[in-house]
Design a protein around this ligand. Sequence first.
Ligand SMILES: [Zn+2]
Length: 239
Amino acid sequence: MRQRASGNPPRVSYTGRGMSEKVLVLFSGGVDSAVALWLVKRDSPDVELYTLTVNYYRRSSGEMRCAEKLAALAAVKRHIVVEAPYIREIEDMPGSQSLNSGGRVLPSVFIPVKNLLFYSLAAHLAFMVGAKRVVVGHNYEDSKLFPDVASSLIERFNELLRESLPSYGLTVEAPLLEYTKRQVYQMAVELGVPLEYTWSCWRAGEIHCGACDGCLTRRRMFYELGLRDATVYESLNTS
Ligand SMILES: [Zn+2]
């Protein structure tokens, strides 16, 4: 495990890939997936980029606009939006709010089997556009919060891909999985990610609410790293 303490921004490299390569980034418009996208851009500047956003139940229009804006700023070849209103977080499923995993209550934004669904969808669309790499933006804290964020799961998923698509060579990669949220923000600064267009709110408003766990973490990261926070928040109360 690499060091996860604060300090200099970590370096993650993707150099040495082919010039005609195509990469599909599973893209929510949040800070993590934006950093994943900009990492690929920095380290493989000649690749043809695709972004995939899944518009599942009750995603906000603000969040979708951020994803679209960031994809445009990254000059991706195509920003793909898949409409999937039947996919819901547990807080949107009556009676399922207290799902547990390993003795812990899962976050309200947990989506059952989300990553197997999303990786499969991304793999299918990657094949359609001729990409052989799917890049996802999970970070270290995600792997502690969600049972389906794990390097072991990705390794096994890639084994299934090898069986499902023999000789094609498609893989899912999670370059940020060993890095904390703070380190990912540091990378965002280093990479020049336009943080003002990223989305962190867990609620479905037009602007960031300022009070949910996603917004509180965002506000704390900007504060701790001494960054100007241009985000418009509905409320700056912390209670
Ligand atoms: Zn919020």
